[in-house]
Structure formats: C-alpha cells, structure tokens
Design a protein. Sequence first.
Length: 615
Amino acid sequence: MKQLTALLLSFICFTAAAQSDPYLGIVPAPVSVNKGKGEFKLTPETIIFADTPSSKAARYLLAYLKKNDYGNEITDLAHVDKKRLTTKNTITLSMTYKGELPPEGYELDINDERIIVKGRGAGLFYGVQTLIQLLNKKDRGYATLPAAVIKDNPRFGYRGMHLDVVRHFFDVAFVKKYIDAMAMYKLNTFHWHLTDDQGWRIEVKKYPKLTEIGSKRAQSKIGKAKPEDSMYDGTPHGGFYTQDEVSEIVQYAYERCITVIPEIEMPGHATAAIAAYPELSCDPNKAYKVVETWGVFNDIFCPTNETFKMLYDIIQEVHPLFPGKYIHIGGDEVPKIAWNSSDFARQLIADQNLRDANGLQSYFISKIEKFVNSQGRSIIGWDEILEGGLAPNATVMSWRGEKGGIAAAQLNHDVIMTPSSGGLYLDHRQSKSPEEPLSIGGFAPLSKTYAYDPVPEVLTKEQAKHIIGVQANLWTEYIATPAKAEYMLLPRMLALAEVAWSPKGNKDFKNFSEDRLAHQLPRLDAAGYNYRVPEPIGAMDTTVTGDKFSIQLKAPVEGASIHYTLDGNTPGTTDLLYTAPLALTVPAGKEVTFKCITITPSGKKSNVVTTKLKN
Ligand code: TNX
C-alpha cells in the first residue's frame, strides 16, 4: 500500500509537470507551441507520406523509425491516387506546401487524426527532429504525440559546436556520434580543430610528413603537472583522418544539415607542422618535436614565400573536401618572439612598412585571406586577428570575452560569439564538487551556459546583425576519452542549442532545467551518451540552521530515483529512496548531515549533494 501511494504521488507530480511545461519537453524551446486536445497515435498502420522522399528529413525519419523498432515505411505522395487519399492515421512531410516560412523554419501540426510537418530544406529536417522529440514510445511500434501546433525557426543562422581532435584524437565513429548529438538539437555547424602544436590530424597528400611525423607525439603530460616537473605518461599518442574519412564525415554531417568548418591553425599553434617541415619556421636548424604538453608555444610559421606557398598548397588541397563557405585559419595566441628575433621577419616588417610584429601578423592573415578568397571561400579567425588590423573580409570568432566581437561588429565584420567567460568553454568544470573530473579550470555550470546572450547591448541594431551566431568549444587537453568528452558536452550542449535557436523571450532556466531536460536526458541514454547527471533538483550543497527542516526534491531525469542518507555516508542504490518531502527535526546543539544523489534507470549517478542541517 505504501508503495502504491508513493507511485501515485510520483505519477501525479509527473503529469502535472508535463502539463505545465509550455514547450512539451522540446529542446531548444520553439518559437510557439499551441497545445491542442488529445493525442496522435503512431501505430504500425500509420502511413507516412512525403512529397520529397529523397529529402534529408524523410531519410532521417525513416532511419530513426527503423532503428527504434517502428516498422513504418515512407510513401511517395506522388505515387498516391489523390482521390483515394485519406488523412486518417497519417503523417505527411511536405516541402512543396504553399506560402513561406522563415529561413530554416518549420510548422508541425499534430491532432488526434494526423500529423503534418512543413518546411523547406533544413526546415523540414528540424520539424522532424521536433516530431521525434515528441514521440512517447509505448511499446514496439507504438507511440503517442500530444496534439499541438508548433511554429518554429532559429534566432541565429550559425549554431556551432567545436571539437579539438588534436590535444586528444577522436576516431571517426566518435566524431559521427558528436555530430548526431548536434543534429538532435538543431545545431548546424561543426568546427573541427584539426591542427595544433600537439598534432596534425588531416591527410595532405602533397606533404605526407605532416601526418607521418606531425600526427604523432611521443607522450603526453600527466594531469596538471608543470612542464618543468617532467611528468609524462610515456605513451605515444596519435591519429589522423585520411581524406576519405574526412569526406565520409563531411557527408555524414551534410545528411544532418550540418556544415563542417575545418580549422588549419596559423601562424601560431603550428609546432606539429614545423616538426614535420622545419623550413616552415624562422629557425630551420633548431630541433623540433610534436609538443607533449599544453599551452602556447613560440615556434610559429615564418612569413617566407616558401611558407606561404606550402600553406596555399595545403589549403588548395584540403578546401575541396569541405563544401561550406568558411575555412578557419586560427590566428590565436601568436607569440612574436620568433619573428622579433628573425632577421628575415624584421626585414619584412621594414619592407612592408609594417608597424611591428602585430602588423606582420595582420599582413600574414591578410595574405592568407586573399588566397582563401581566390578559392571562393571566406576565412574565420580567432579574435587575435584584430591585432594590427583586420583582414578585409574576415569573420571573427570572439573567444577572449566579447571585446573582439564587439570591435569587429562595429567595423561591419561578421562575428561568432564564443567567449570563454560566457560559459561556452565546455572544458571548464561544471560544478564545484570535488567529484568533478579533472578539467582545465574555469567554472561553467549549465546555468551559466544557458544564461549567455550572444548580442551585446552596446551594439546598434545594424551592428547587431553582424552577430551571425554562437558556438561552444570543446578543447581536449584534459579530455582523453569519448566518455569524458560526452560528460563535458552534455547536457551543456543543449543549453547552447537553446541560446542559439530560441527567441530570447522564450528562455527560462527553471523550465529548461527542471522540466524539459528531464525529458531529454533519457533520450540521450537511449542513444548511448554519457551525459553528466544533474544533482536532485532542490538539493543544496550548504549548511542551514534551524530546528525544523523540510526537504523537497525532484528527479532531474524522468524515471530516475533519488537516494539519500542522514548519517553522513555516501548514498547509493541500497540507501533510502526519496518518494515524498521529508520533515526533519534536529535537536538543539546537534547537526544532521543529509546527502542525496540522483541515480538514473541506466545506473548513472550524479555527484553527491551534502546539506548540513544544524541547530
Ligand atoms: C585557448 S580558444 C585556446 C586553446 C586552448 C583553450 C583551452 C583559443 C583560440 N585558444 O588553444 O585549448 O584556450 O581552454
């Protein structure tokens, strides 16, 4: 009986939450959701029509249905006798509807008889993503979707996620899994950080040593050890993508409406390339090796004609693999020591009437930009490319706060906001708990990522149009495994998706973190992701004083349980199960230590939250 009451209680709480969520659990929050009455039942008999069965949206839906044990096929509307066309128990995907929708927009209309999804290009794909998010699976082949009319389109055209595959290499399968997660949340740009001091990770046929030598380092620094302490793991690390693999990934992303932007770093973060071809440096006689630790290094490309020729060759060979508009040329963290002590570089500064080495950096980037433009592409650079003057057509990625982005927008350059101070550096730790894994430092809890707004108030309306979007970055100095990469990515990537997609006025952290995330995390479980499990909602790592305490908690993941102890021990599955609010009385002069934890149906655990109740 007791168990039944608990069950009923949690059932009542759950339906109340679902009803109060204006966005039906959808992430990112759509522009508008009008809830209807009843629900649509997807059964094995449901007919799915598409006017464009070859569309990415139709193929994605078909693949999803197959993978998840729904037997439904997709029928080409063109092959259906219109006179006998029934709309009962149908889902229709339409790209050839009348009227207009905003760029990348879609409409999803669900009632108890039929579903219609409208959208062109990526719009229809996003409509399908929302449809999939609304599927409440009941059984093999059966699901329900709540009746609603959803109208939706993104706030920004550039919605990016970055992955550093240099500091640690991630294989093709993982990169695809990363792209899959992006697609689920309507992100559309994958920034692939392919070269750096610690490795060169893309095959260039004209310069084979870039990967023969440059893709391997002898060992890696252990944890946070200082370089001078010489603490290394003694284990070689390496890897690179062949051009075929690159094409496979680009195609995989394209199928999911995601554009891949390659980053080829210059003139700094270039030691791996220099280790392979020392003639790229200002001091070719020095001994170079692929870097085994993290940081900023002095060995940068020398601005000689030979260097430019080689960089042009590399760009020329590589850019056809990436059909998007942009090539990211890096440009960040360029120490000028090597140039300032090079006769050649100093002479070039004088010959070109440049002010100093910063001017030379600008000269370098402008030359590269000219070449990239001649190939029909545009460059993106980190905000350091502003130093010494911005190349004429460059898009700026603002990472050292928003200053660079603001300056660039005021100069009428396009900007992508990705400030490390804005919770967008997903290598920063997610909480202050000592249970968090080792990270580079910084503090970027989910709430901080969520709260970020990419449009600084100082910009005029016209200048603000240059903020084309926003991105979060996953640098991997301290992320050596796919499991940890996923832990750092999720769920913060969902917050980023909402920053990038949803109208500012629809953002609500309480609704996002307490209702919708709880609905999304089991989907990530089902798809095999290792996300960071949030602590029980309402639990606080703190000391509270008084004599009577009421503790009210909510599971942050649908179906998860909360276990707790009152004796200071770490709670686990064998400890007390939270089912209803607790009322505790602490005697005068005493202290009770309440510890709680979230445990998901798949067995994933949150950090422990400790609350000291003191009288
Ligand atoms: C700065 S962001 C870097 C990277 C590091 C990162 C670590 C940027 C353009 N440069 O090289 O990996 O910080 O958070």
